[in-house]
Design a protein around this ligand. Sequence first.
Ligand SMILES: [Zn+2]
Length: 382
Amino acid sequence: MALVPMKEILDAAERGNYGVPALNINEMLQLQAYLNAAFERKSPVILQASMGSRKFTGWLSKEAENPDLGAAVTIGMIKTFIEQYRAVYGYDVPVSITLDHGPDFKQCKGAIDNGFPSVMIDASLDYGRKDDKGKHPARTLDENIKVTREVVEYAHKRGVSVEGELGTLGGVEDETQAASVHLTDPDEVERFVKETGVDALAVAIGTSHGAYKFPGAAKLALDLVPKIHAKAGTCRLVMHGSSSVPANLVALVDRYPVVCLDNGVLGVTGFFNPEAKKPETRRYTTTNPWDMARLGSDLAFFSCLKKSSGVPMEAIREAIKGGVRKINVDTDGRLGTTGAIRKFMAEKPDEFDQRKYFEAARKALYEMAVEKMVGFGSAGKV
Ligand SMILES: [Zn+2]
């Protein structure tokens, strides 16, 4: 079997007391980078495709995007790569893919029917509704159990693993925007796991999606992890929003801003002070010495990204010790890709063969994946 249900990978991680990176994919570069890292480092790997990813890969020029088409294309692409790599490397590594934040039964079913060996149903939020701020309201525990159980019943009959979510995370991830954040209550875990039959559970311990996780240093309720672990039985724990947003990748993006030069007017877009909430464009006439002096002082506090921070590797390792087995990483791959492409374009302005800068991006993704596999302890476990 080319793809394995996530449960197999997570049960092995539980026995071996290590964590497995769950890496989001949207296109071929990420897939090549992550599968190469897994084969090269003999690490199990979990790939993830969100609803946004399924729509992106299910793009049709003449019709609305088709998430089921996206799911089928993604599965086909992964299976082809795995078969070829297996032949080239001469051994196999366990690879799974899961739907990331399945919003309802219909979308989970669509993923399963198109070959996903694992899905996540995020019934912690009601994706069918939005509050006046455009965010999804939280569901009650009873509602969450009902929706999750329906997906589990359909999935388990087909040998597919299911991840649920208890408590809500903050931040923004594709179409995931929680109205408020509730940490997972260990007392609810036992009931949720028993009544839903989920194989994995996303826990809310203070992480959030995206690059802007914490205003200052990371604040996580790591003491909750062993308490939840003790109540979860054979259900494996998952940490979402666990990119480290490493300073070197943020610095890489910031070092290569994209500027616009139009008829002797230099346009610079970004954040001109650490408190700025939105990027702003400032224009400087290059023949005007006052404008150019102003550019110099404006750049003193300039950055491309809003002040950002993530979950440090030490905190993740602490969580793994406490029983977390699947660690979701998306933002770090995005930062690496963007930084590598910007650097490449800044250094080779006359290069317009897209393979060249895609190669730079793929290398950054590969290195990021290797770092996670080594850091989480999954490298060498195959
Ligand atoms: Zn998530």
